[in-house]
Design a protein around this ligand. Structure first.
Ligand SMILES: Cc1ncc(COP(=O)(O)O)c(C=O)c1O
Length: 490
């Protein structure tokens, strides 16, 4: 059949309208079949991760019920303690959603103001500095560089420090520290699993025990203070399993670095802006860093924002004068991200969430201590700082039963714990640098009844498995074998 040109055009237009892409935005808004979603993710995304989560029965996709509650595909009600500390207000918090609608309707700022000043960025920069300078007045003329992730914020910090101390060669970091997975940040994240395949990384990184100021002083003197470019640390190690150093550690780092002019970077991507119960955990613990990295909560759980705050003289060395484009990125400082960042700061301040994180953190930690006391064969250790909670479980298997696979056994323990908590109605976080630890990072504004119910459910999970190994038989053996196979694959 030959088509008239008019008919052909009409047909082409119809096809274009109905199916420009195999899966349209309308298809997704209407809701995809969950099995298809998993299938496509396995085929074209980070397939093995999704496969492992699917085997555990926790792959979702999950739906938002309220900012603090989710529903999985079996209709199970979940309290959301996941989000890796990046959900300060939970999911789609109505005041933030309304603000974003207002922004889209009313703001005339260009989206990516790479070659112009912009009101949203100016306001966020000024507010971040005001917040910091209120506690550390020497930062009143510091400057902010924006990126799109925590790792991006750390990358900027590394380059700033290198430019500021060009003759020094060594970075000092700490065991258990986590700073991200881009190459520079990964070089400062001393985790064999993450680093090994990507070597050589940035050279001359010296890793010391976290919290040991004697070891630090000794090493700085050994290297020669002028050879130390900078020291990077988390004031509380998040991905390390919520590890707080001894009280005198950060003040000693502060004194040492001030004495020798060594630059300190406090990586507050996880602890900063309220999660730890303080605006800045480093300042609260006696360290006045030269550079602070921020990210997670700054995006309000809606957009990616990373920020590197640094003293003016340091920024000048890296980006001063004609060198102002020596470090840049396309999307950093975009207006929507800046607007959401500003609104997030405003909500944290208005709703008194820093203080709330501290008081709720104390209540939550008390519940965890009770749990440890009542179920010592399920829980080995508990820790908490503000709304950052860690549960270290007893081993599910004796690693000696699988020689050479101790790490796998530990990972299996964490995976089973995540599954067990999920089945009890709590969506929890994996801990990247520390196996057998699961973390709870609830929203800073989680209502009190939901917060209490979250701990009730953790307790229910423990009461069903008074000994950690009892999580094993309740897991279908095929699931365990598939999971182990997946994890063991070279
Ligand atoms: C302290 C710290 N720094 C850096 C990062 C990396 O952030 P991102 O995952 O956004 O790159 C994280 C992430 O967990 C973190 O906890």
């Amino acid at each position: 059949m030959t088509l008239t040109p008019k008919k052909r055009d009409e047909l082409a237009l119809k096809q274009t309208k109905s199916k420009l892409l195999p899966i349209s935005t309308q298809d997704v808004l209407a809701g995809l079949n969950p099995q298809k979603t998993i299938q496509w993710e396995v085929a074209h995304g980070n397939g093995d991760l999704i496969k492992a989560l699917d085997i555990l029965g926790i792959a979702g996709p999950m739906a938002i019920l309220t900012p603090w509650e989710l529903k999985d595909t079996d209709g199970r009600h979940l309290i959301n303690a996941g989000g890796y500390a990046a959900l300060p207000f939970g999911e789609k918090y109505p005041p933030l959603v309304q603000f974003i609608k207002d922004y889209l309707d009313h703001s005339l700022s260009v989206s990516l103001p790479q070659q112009s000043a912009t009101d949203w960025r100016a306001a966020l920069e000024s507010n971040l500095i005001a917040l910091l300078a209120a506690q550390a007045p020497s930062h009143q003329d510091s400057q902010v560089f924006f990126s799109n992730s925590g790792a991006g914020a750390v990358e900027a910090a590394i380059k700033f420090v290198k430019a500021a101390r060009p003759k020094a060669k060594h970075f000092i970091n700490f065991r258990g520290g986590y700073h991200g997975k881009t190459v520079g940040a990964l070089s400062l994240t001393p985790n064999e699993e993450y680093q090994a395949p990507f070597r050589p990384l940035m050279p001359n990184v010296v890793t010391l025990p976290f919290g040991d100021s004697d070891a630090l002083i000794k090493e700085v003197l050994h290297l020669g203070p002028d050879n130390v470019t900078g020291i990077i640390l988390e004031p509380i190690q998040g991905e390390g399993g919520v590890i707080t150093p001894p009280l005198d550690f950060l003040p000693e780092v502060d004194a040492l670095c001030k004495k020798h002019g060594i630059i300190t970077i406090a990586d507050e991507v996880q602890t900063g802006l309220g999660r730890s119960g303080h605006w800045f955990a480093s300042l609260a613990a006696g360290l006045e860093p030269d550079i602070i990295t921020l990210a997670k909560p700054l995006g309000g759980g809606m957009v990616p924002v990373g920020a590197t705050i640094a003293r003016k003289w340091i920024v000048k060395k890296a980006l001063g004068g004609l060198e102002s484009k020596r470090h840049s990125n396309t999307f950093g400082g975009g207006s929507l991200a800046m607007a959401v960042g500003l609104k997030s700061l405003e909500l944290i301040a208005e709703e008194n969430l820093v203080e709330r994180s501290r008081t709720f953190g104390e209540k939550g930690l008390a519940r965890l201590y009770e749990l440890k006391k009542n179920y010592p064969h399920f829980v080995k250790e508990v820790r908490g700082e503000g709304m950052l909670f860690a549960l270290q479980l007893q081993p599910v298997l004796n690693p000696r039963l699988l020689p050479g696979q101790a790490e796998l056994v530990r990972q299996l323990g964490t995976a089973l714990a995540l599954r067990t908590l999920h089945m009890s109605g709590v969506h929890a976080c994996y801990t990247l640098n520390s196996n057998r630890i699961v973390r709870l990072t609830p929203a800073l504004n989680m209502p009190e009844d939901i917060f209490a119910e979250m701990f009730n459910r953790v307790e229910q999970a423990a009461s069903k498995h008074p000994r950690a190994w009892q999580m094993l038989p309740k897991t279908p053996i095929n699931s365990l074998l598939s999971l182990a196979k997946l994890a063991l694959r070279p």
